[in-house]
Design a protein around this ligand. Structure first.
Ligand code: SF4
Length: 707
């Protein structure tokens, strides 16, 4: 006998509903999973990663007890050690000597409690997250345009639009269920046009009517040209511009200056004028247009400007707040959005408030009754690890992420963690590249044991449910944070007995003294009972009073969250990536994911089926370059940047253009030290979002002889 529990997939930002079959009496059988037909993200579908979740549940490498300096200890002892050290460091060096480095894998309730402890009680805003690597540029882009971090669209819009522009996204591999939904919609509605804008010819191009293989990093010029071409083509929505926006004239002047002619734009982007005009003509003819964008836009030194170049085009043509229309950023991680909601970034507070908003930190301080409220931004991910190497951050608590493999310039990350006086790592796995650097290890619950909520790319809050018992001494992350908080003397503010108590407090803060006027509003849930929380069905925020079903689409009334209610055009000057090729470093390295792996493979690496698709790290090289360098397909290649060297198998392929190479990010030192690709990436970030430019590194290649 088994019961079926409903939960949510822990991998990508699509946030698919999963049914987990839970054996009643024994854990001997691995519980099978299936797609939840009632979940509006996937309606019963699962991709291969989601379908293989059962194979990742019973890992041989679970961390089962707290460990301090290599010895298994009790939770009490481990928490005492951590509490004492944090208290001492804060006393001696101030609150900014402590930092959290969190993850889009943890649940919203975990994020909320970590944020509350650091920003309200320890007194530091050094709370950043691996979501900084994923969607930070999209957040700033939305805030600049709408006055809030608000995703306007929903997944249904991807099926209802007549033109879908997919830019900087290989959704076929990275968001497979969305891709399947789009592919099916196109079959049903053959007039629907799909344009893929990507330097690489990816699997997503299989459904494209047009692929624009632009030069890496030139995306903003595409939308700059589209903006001024919209004027020439007479497709502006002048009524929308005048009633609902500010700044159109300045944005248009900048677009005219940056991409004055079709020739100049096509030349900058490295595509034919004919292809450019095909995109422009579909754009002109098609009011129902969605622009779908992801890491190819965000992971850039000008990622925020790229986002705003896209948004400008939608505002100019009034293609927002309507069925099948809008600029739609897709998050990489399962709870990147939930982290944004509770202030999981170093420049945010909680409930979509940030330090820059007058009065916001006092409001949060009052709500939390916080004794040591941080008042200004903390350090963003790359800056945080640099401050650690400089000795300014002396205690770091890393939760559910593997920065030794995922951050750029991983040799710097190693130096930073070596310098740090106390490295605490909470993880469900005993052996990752980052747990090896830890002084204290906290055993965390994993997927199927964790309990709380996540929010997917369309603002939909879903429950991840604790359906299976946690092995050994594994505990929830929020519980561990509360225990440390109590050691620091903050008993009453961290006396939560259940995840439900955290959720309703978080919901109450979303409307506290704001009368539901802000974008993120789930105040309706603040009165929720534990039973109602346990039974919560997926719902899209905001969920204001009287609208318990939530909000499918934002800005339908043309009102935005700026002080005057108008959206803002941002003048954009397209620029190239910081590090372009040179005679010494003649190639541009692009990084990304393969279809069947997730991040640094700490969980997907356990599923035998998933390693079959791509079993080795590789680098894609164009045949012309391979011939010139005498590199055979499958031969070992040395790939070097100013920051390190990797040895990868060559995959000779026309998917990349000459002068460009692509390598996936997943493999860790546990596979081979030479397989870590992020070590090649410079710590170059967008100045506004702090998001690293992981899509562009200068490299050189060399055949490795004798292999
Ligand atoms: Fe999980 Fe994403 Fe696959 Fe859905 S598409 S099953 S959320 S990995």
């Amino acid at each position: 006998m088994a019961t079926i529990g409903k939960t949510t997939c822990p991998y990508c930002g699509v946030g698919c509903g999963v049914n987990l079959s839970v054996p009643d009496s024994s854990m001997e059988a691995i519980p099978p999973v299936s797609g939840d037909v009632d979940h509006p993200a996937n309606f019963g579908r699962l991709c291969v990663k989601g379908s293989s979740l059962a194979q990742t549940i019973q890992s041989d490498d679970r961390l089962l007890t707290p460990i301090v300096k290599g010895e298994s200890v009790s939770w009490e002892s481990a928490v005492d050690t951590v509490g004492e050290k944090i208290a001492q460091v804060v006393k001696d060096h101030g609150p900014d000597a402590f930092a959290f480095y969190l993850s889009g894998q943890i649940l919203t309730e975990d994020y909320y409690v970590a944020n509350k402890l650091a920003k309200g009680f320890i007194g530091t805003a050094n709370v950043d997250t691996n979501s900084r690597l994923c969607m930070a540029s999209a957040v700033v882009g939305y805030k600049r345009a709408f006055g809030s971090d608000t995703v306007p669209c929903n997944y249904e819009d991807l099926e209802l639009c007549d033109l879908l522009i997919m830019v900087g996204s290989n959704a076929a591999w990275t968001h497979p269920i969305l891709y399947q939904r789009i592919a099916e919609a196109k079959k049903q509605r053959p007039h629907m046009k799909i344009v893929v804008i990507d330097p690489r010819e990816t699997a997503t191009c299989d459904i494209a009517d047009l692929h624009l293989a632009i030069k890496p990093g030139t995306d903003a010029a595409v939308f700059s040209f589209l903006l001024h071409h919209s004027v020439q083509a007479g497709v502006l929505d002048n009524g929308f511009i005048s009633r609902h926006t500010n700044g159109f004239k300045a944005a248009l002047e900048q677009a005219n200056e940056s991409t004055p002619t079709l020739f100049s734009a096509a030349n900058f982007c490295g595509i034919s004028e004919q292809d450019f005009m095909q995109l422009a003509s579909w754009w002109n003819e098609t009011p129902k247009a969605v622009t779908f964008y992801s890491q190819g836009i965000n992971q850039s030194s000008s990622g925020v400007d790229k986002c705003n170049a896209i948004i400008n085009c939608h505002l100019a043509t009034g293609r927002i707040g309507k069925e099948g229309a809008g600029p739609f950023s897709i998050t990489g991680q399962p709870n990147a959005m939930g982290g944004r909601e509770v202030g999981g970034l170093a420049n945010q507070l909680a409930a979509h408030m940030d330090f820059a908003t007058p009065g916001a930190h006092q409001l949060v301080q009052t709500f939390w009754q916080a004794p040591n409220m941080a008042t200004e931004n903390g350090l963003k991910a790359v800056d945080l690890f640099q401050a650690m190497e400089e000795g300014k951050v002396k205690v770091v608590w890393i939760m559910s992420t593997n920065p030794m493999v995922s951050l750029p310039d991983t040799d710097q990350v190693r130096r930073a963690l070596e310098k740090c006086e106390l490295v605490i790592v909470s993880d469900c796995k005993a052996h990752t590249d980052t747990t090896e650097m830890a002084d204290v290890l906290f055993p965390a619950t994993g997927w199927s044991e964790k309990d709380g909520t996540v929010t997917n790319s369309e603002r939909r809050i879903s429950r991840q449910r604790g359906l299976l018992p946690a092995p050994g001494d594994a505990k929830h992350d929020w519980w561990a944070i509360c225990e440390v908080a109590k050691r620091l003397g903050y008993q009453s503010a961290f006396s939560y007995k259940s995840v439900h108590e955290i959720f309703v407090e978080h919901a109450a803060l979303s409307t506290f003294e704001n009368n539901g006027k802000r974008d993120f509003d789930i105040g309706h849930f603040s009165q929720m009972t534990k039973e109602e929380y346990d039974a919560l069905i997926p719902v899209q925020w905001p969920v204001p009073k009287g609208q318990p079903e939530g909000t499918a689409r934002m800005f339908e009334n043309g009102r935005f969250f700026t002080p005057d209610g108008r959206a803002k055009f941002i003048p954009i000057t397209p620029v190239l990536p910081v590090h372009t090729s040179t005679p010494e470093w003649p190639f541009t390295l692009n990084t990304g994911r393969v279809r069947d792996q997730w991040h640094t493979m700490t969980r997907t690496g356990d599923a035998a089926l998933l390693t079959k698709h791509t079993d080795q790290p590789y680098v894609e090289i164009h045949p012309k370059d391979a011939k010139h360098l005498k590199i055979e397909d499958k031969a070992l290649v040395s790939i070097t940047s100013p920051y390190g060297e990797a040895l990868l198998k060559a995959k000779v392929s026309r998917a990349v253009s000459p002068g460009n190479v692509f390598a996936p990010i997943h493999w860790t030192r546990q596979f081979s030290n030479a397989a870590v690709v992020s070590k090649l990436i410079p710590q170059v970030v967008d100045p506004l979002s702090g998001q690293p430019e992981s899509k562009h590194a200068q490299v050189k290649l060399e055949a490795v002889n004798g292999v």
